[in-house]
Design a protein around this ligand. Structure first.
Ligand code: ADP
Length: 259
């Protein structure tokens, strides 16, 4: 099964063609990470896959059918996106904010009132933000707010989760907590995850597959242990160095050592 597929996707902003024919089939249940330099089009591709940006040409298929023909609420039942930033209304509590994730499932009325929604409760619990449920969002730190934003995406209860730099603002402990949580959800609920992760070592450790963008197309596509190497470092990031793979506690990990 291929929940999401990009076919010959081009995206142009004015004169600047960012994506120049991206072909990508996301497999059900995998965690795929998009790699590439700043400005290589990772966020743009994620927004195209979420149906928020229409390609200049080419198309995206959701469960085999054209994504642009699927009504917005139906898309939101299938795909949850954690964008780099989310606007919020001052005074909104954490619970009210996370409840917005239920819009697609319950409609506008389902987000109002004090309906006790198990998905909201689970999302608050899983991301460890329950203790702030009645706190206005603006009183939280950047890291706490980031976990609340993840809770909003999880509350949507969609089988496909798109994450744009989910570890931003988080200290190292919370970075791993969030990544472990996503991995557990991927395994337990069979979620399909597509992420943009800044840290190459984290991408290599958590992803089943990495796809590197270069010059607007897919340059490398494969399992991290097979494709993340010195050649990828040089070609994709313009960095001279070595990539070392080590196993500790039975987990394969990767370290970049620049020359
Ligand atoms: P990445 O996520 O890999 O850092 P982006 O997808 O954010 O890259 O951006 C790719 C390029 O597209 C950048 O040069 C960026 O300035 C440009 N870009 C992205 N969104 C827009 C937009 N809405 N309007 C104009 N240019 C954009």
């Amino acid at each position: 099964m291929t929940p999401l597929r990009a076919e010959r996707v081009h995206v142009r902003f004015g004169e600047h063609e960012v994506l120049k024919g991206v072909d990508l089939a996301v497999r059900e249940g995998e965690w795929l990470s998009l790699l590439g330099r700043n400005g290589s089009g990772k966020t743009t591709l994620l927004r195209v896959l979420a149906g928020l940006l229409t390609p200049s040409s080419g198309r995206v298929l959701l469960d085999g059918g054209p994504l642009d023909r699927v009504p917005r609420r139906a898309v939101a039942r299938r795909i949850a996106l954690l964008p780099q930033s989310t606007p919020y209304v001052r005074g909104l509590t954490v619970r009210q904010f996370v409840r917005q994730g239920r819009y697609a499932a319950r409609g506008p009325l389902g987000m109002l009132g004090e309906v006790d929604d198990p998905r909201v409760r689970e999302a608050l619990r899983d991301t460890g933000v329950e203790q702030w449920a009645d706190t206005p969002l603006e009183r939280l730190s950047g890291g706490q707010r980031q976990r609340v934003r993840l809770a909003l995406a999880l509350a949507q209860d969609a089988p496909v989760l798109l994450l744009d730099e989910p570890t931003t603002y988080l200290d190292i402990r919370h970075q791993y907590e969030v990544l472990n949580l996503v991995r557990d959800l991927q395994r337990e609920r069979g979620l399909t995850v597509v992420s943009v992760l800044h840290d190459l070592a984290q991408a290599a450790r958590y992803s089943d597959r990495v796809v590197a963008l270069l010059d607007g197309v897919v340059h490398v596509d494969g399992a991290p242990s097979e494709v993340v190497d010195a050649v990828l470092l040089r070609e994709v990031y313009d960095v001279a160095g070595s990539v070392l793979w080590i196993t500790t506690n039975g987990v394969l990990k990767m370290v970049v050592v620049p020359d």
